[in-house]
Ligand binder design. Structure first.
Ligand SMILES: [Mn+2]
Length: 420
């Protein structure tokens, strides 16, 4: 039997962290998770897969937009018409408030609704029977280990699959149904379809315990191609795993090298060459690219040109390249010297504390504390409540804070040097 494993679709992501100069691409970004899912549905229908499992975070928020709901229902109906079942759970982003209105999906869809482990049996067209075990989040956090509640494989069906949205037990922040891999292995299932981690990650090979990752990266930290997995379970415990590219827009890091006598037009040309390479690639991939450019050896450029680049002047000179509906755009140009922290070499203690602070900023608790005033502001709370959870904004805030620190302290460094 052959099925598709998807997770973390985050359909109604607002993408409010997109830079101003790309604002007219905002629509493309908002649409990307939907189109990635559509690609998955097209693939499943074309290859006549037996079913699709979705391991949570289908929607980005517990309050789903009408657009997201109707889009999902429409795609599920296409699968229904093709005779392809869907089995899904909800995660921490799209947790089900069961006391509120429930969405009714087409009859090919089985939705685990309870925050307790239940089972669902599916009979495939070839007569084989599959047992699924899973649960959905009914609240944002689940701190208990849910794997304990999954039964030992009773072998009452041909196949047994576990669905879980969560994270491996670690340190002191265990808010997402923390589990231990060995406990999953001990259940003796044929496959574990995991969601929550946005990159592809295999936690165990036999039996396979796998995060399929998100089909559409939402910020530059979710770099590279994204998609889902097609899993074929064969007799005698054999398994075939194939990554399927689904992303509509791919985030990429690009290095561009500077030379001592480069003037502004040379740098523009070099970045445009890099963009052209992606444009060539796009013919085959049918994907758009959003680039984060790092100018290596930017110290070699004249101080004046460096200042201009710092003021984002270069970014404004780079036009978005379109091929039909696909694009290649640069979201940010950073000089290597800005991000490498080499300006702190004169004081190892300062360097350490800089590293420590920037790492700490990534911890959710610290970040929420630092940003508390912003997030609790009446206007933000009313109009942009999702900002608090938006990972793109978080990355942007941390990047900007880093650069600002870097700039301020590097100035101090120059002053000290001058005094010598
Ligand atoms: Mn999640």
């Amino acid at each position: 039997m052959k099925f598709m494993h998807l997770a973390d679709l985050h359909l109604d992501s607002p993408f409010i962290g997109i830079s101003k100069h790309l604002s007219h691409l905002h629509h493309n970004f908002v649409n990307a998770p939907y189109l990635a899912f559509k690609r998955a549905v097209d693939y499943a229908i074309e290859k006549e897969l037996d079913f699709i499992v979705i391991a949570g975070d289908i929607y980005d928020a517990a309050h789903q937009t009408i657009y997201a709901q109707s889009y999902l229902v429409r795609e599920f109906e296409r699968l229904n018409d093709a005779g392809i079942p869907v089995v899904l759970i909800h995660g921490n982003h799209d947790y089900l408030n069961t006391s509120k209105y429930q969405v009714h999906y087409p009859e090919n869809v089985h939705e685990f609704t309870k925050q307790e482990v239940t089972s669902y049996d599916l009979t495939l067209q070839n007569g084989e029977r599959v047992r699924f075990y899973g649960f959905s989040y009914n609240e944002q956090w689940i701190t208990e280990d849910m794997v304990a509640d999954y039964p030992q494989n009773p072998h009452e069906t041909d196949w047994t699959i576990g669905l879980l949205h969560g994270d491996v037990k670690r340190g002191d922040s265990n808010h997402y149904a923390p589990f231990e891999v060995q406990a999953m292995v001990d259940k003796d299932y044929d496959y574990w379809a995991l969601g929550h981690i946005h990159q592809t990650l295999e936690l165990h090979e036999t039996p396979t315990i796998l995060y399929s990752g998100t089909p559409q990266g939402r910020h530059h930290n979710e770099m590279g191609d994204r998609g889902g997995y097609v899993i074929e379970l064969k007799d005698h415990g054999q398994i075939e795993k194939e990554f399927i590219s689904l992303a509509e827009i791919v985030w990429q890091d690009v290095d561009v090298f500077c030379h001592a006598d480069d003037q502004a037009s040379d740098i523009v040309k070099s970045v445009e060459e890099a963009m052209a390479n992606f444009q060539a690639e796009q013919q085959a991939s049918q994907q758009s690219y959003i680039l984060t450019v790092t100018l290596r050896d930017s110290d070699l450029l004249s101080p004046h040109l460096q200042e201009q680049i710092e003021r984002n002047e270069l970014l404004q000179a780079l036009e978005i390249r379109f091929t039909d509906h696909l694009f290649v755009a640069v979201r940010k140009v950073t000089m290597a010297s800005e991000i490498e922290g080499i300006r702190f070499d004169y004081d190892p203690a300062l360097n350490d504390s800089f590293q420590h602070i920037t790492e700490q900023m990534h911890e959710e608790e610290h970040y929420q504390q630092v940003m508390g005033d912003v997030f609790n502001h009446a206007v933000i709370r009313r109009w942009l409540p999702e900002m608090k959870e938006d990972q793109a904004i978080k990355e942007e805030v941390i990047d900007t804070a880093k650069q600002s620190l870097n700039q301020q302290f590097s100035l101090a460094f120059e002053v000290i040097e001058d005094e010598d």
